[in-house]
Design a protein around this ligand. Structure first.
Ligand code: NAD
Length: 485
């Protein structure tokens, strides 16, 4: 397939934490895929960096092993792999000390974009920003890429923003939320603003409610100690679900441009009503029926009150959305791995078909995983003789089916976002004020739980979460969509 991707200028990308899990699992295999697709200019380099001592050759072996473990079919393309590995270097740098910075500085080139990926724990973000500046490694056009978690509350997010901004301008700071890099998420904007069909209906006159579900089948095994300090609200709702909510609910930006889009998202977050205690459900997965460890065993704390599940109902206080509930839920160890946004339109006000008692409604489902695609439920006549019987059927557009082989070459979220850093395109990255506004909404919810000593409801692994979650919608005479793969 001929690549239609906009080329980027040559770059030097330094990955701090270049030997870590995220770098090996996502960043480096993703960069290799872009290299193969011809989007990474040949003269670009990737410089891995961490505290341990490695030669360039040793680092190339680490990356080669990572691609073999985490890459797709492309790992068998030895010719390109060798060429890609030839673009790699390694420098030992202590992010929190002063060792290695001179070596790194000496390696940087003029005339190419310098980007620095902070793939290290958040406690090192400030130290890295300060040293990049002090040792003259970064220039005015350099970009830094920062991973979640971006703070753990409003105060820490503000502090982090202030630290980063004391060394870099906002236009140099790329806060990654990989959900925004997903093809379907961008398609959400294409659907809304590229079709005449939906936007006139996109309001409280026609939409009954919206459901956003991000369900995982895995528990917190392996990262229990980290997760236990966080919980589903901080780890998922404040960032990923909030970003999806913004894109669904925002007003049309005047143009598809970074600040125009981010201004509209910010307005949504600021218009969010505080969530009432009765519209919040917290859950924690229990032990499995076969004796599989429950959340507390996985987290290593038999008294942990951290939630692995959240469901909530929220409202956006503006003209478009007045009276339309947004139901959000996310959890671990649920019955299927699925992420979707369902826009549930109102029932038909009046049916001309006598005897048709059923409630017919259109539902637009935007599926993020699995099988990224879009599904529109419409009502049609049941085929065959015997009068007008109506049935609801999905008009399914799974991208892999609709677009054929071209869909297979779509870059994954990390690849796309990293390339956007070199293109200088911040549209799909969170701005500092958005992150702070999201914390300002989340903080009182968490503080309320803490003040009440709230104990999360246990739920059986492999289910849709605690019963209270179903009740949240039943009380409103609605129901969650089934969680299915
Ligand atoms: P990791 O522990 O596997 O890797 C951390 C890396 O940082 C290692 O290469 C380590 O050598 C390096 N490092 C540690 N201290 C250092 C120092 N003082 N100086 C220089 N290098 C140092 O962690 P990870 O899972 O790769 O996560 C990295 C960041 O990305 C974290 O902020 C994490 O929250 C975030 N993140 C990770 C994932 C994931 O899938 N792993 C997903 C989303 C966000």
């Amino acid at each position: 397939m001929v690549s239609r991707v906009i080329p980027v200028d040559p770059f030097d990308l330094v990955i701090f934490g270049g030997t870590g899990d995220l770098a090996r699992r996502k960043i480096l295999p993703g960069l290799f895929r872009r290299f193969r697709a011809g989007t990474m200019p040949e003269e670009s380099r990737i410089i891995g960096s961490a505290r341990s001592e490695h030669t360039d050759e040793e680092y190339r072996q680490i990356v080669s092993d990572a691609i073999a473990e985490f890459g797709g079919d492309e790992k068998d393309d030895k010719t390109n792999l060798d060429a890609f590995l030839g673009r790699l270097h390694y420098v030992r740098v202590d992010a929190a000390g002063d060792e290695g910075w001179e070596d790194l500085s000496a390696l940087m080139r003029d005339g190419v974009i310098r980007a620095f990926y902070f793939s290290v724990g958040p406690s090192l973000f400030g130290a890295l920003a300060e040293r990049l500046h002090r040792h003259g490694v970064a220039d005015d056009d350099s970009r830094i890429v920062v991973e979640k978690p971006f703070g753990r509350d409003l105060a820490s997010a503000r502090e982090l923003n202030e630290t980063l901004r004391s060394h870099f301008d906002e236009h140099q700071i790329y806060r990654i939320d990989h959900y925004l890099g997903k093809e379907t998420v961008q398609n959400l904007m294409a659907i809304r603003f590229g079709n005449v069909l939906f936007e006139p209906l996109w309001n409280n006159h026609y939409i009954d409610h919206i459901q956003i579900t991000v369900a995982e089948t895995v528990g917190v095994e392996g990262r229990g100690a980290y997760y236990d300090k966080s919980g589903a609200m901080r780890d998922m709702v404040q960032n990923h679900l909030m970003q999806l909510l913004c894109l669904i609910a925002m007003e049309p930006p005047a143009m598809y441009e970074a600040d125009a889009v981010r201004d509209e998202k910010l307005k949504v977050i600021r218009a969010l009503q505080p969530v009432d205690y009765h519209h919040l459900v917290r859950g924690q997965y229990d032990q499995g029926t076969e004796g599989e460890p429950g959340y507390r065993e996985d987290a290593g704390d038999p008294r942990s009150f951290t939630e692995s599940f959240v469901a909530l109902r929220c409202h956006i206080n503006n003209w478009r959305w007045a009276g339309v509930p947004f139901y959000l839920r996310t959890g671990k160890k649920l019955k299927a791995r699925t992420s979707e946004i369902a826009v549930v339109f109102q029932d038909l006000g009046h049916s001309i078909f006598e005897g048709d008692e059923k409630r017919h409604r259109n539902i637009l489902v935007i599926r993020l995983q699995p099988n990224e695609g879009i599904d529109l439920q419409v009502t049609i006549k049941e085929p065959g003789p015997g009068g007008m019987r109506l049935i609801d059927v999905p008009l399914d557009m799974t991208f892999a089916d609709a677009l054929g082989p071209e869909a297979e070459d779509v870059p994954d979220a990390y690849e796309r976002l990293i390339m956007d850093v070199f293109r200088g395109n911040q549209t799909l990255f969170m701005r500092g004020d958005e992150v702070e506004a999201a914390w300002a909404w989340t903080d009182p919810i968490i503080a309320g739980w803490e003040a009440r000593g709230d104990v999360p409801k246990l739920y059986e692994p492999g289910t849709a979460g605690p019963d209270d979650s179903a009740m949240l919608l039943h009380r409103d005479n609605r129901r969650w969509r089934d969680i299915k793969a």
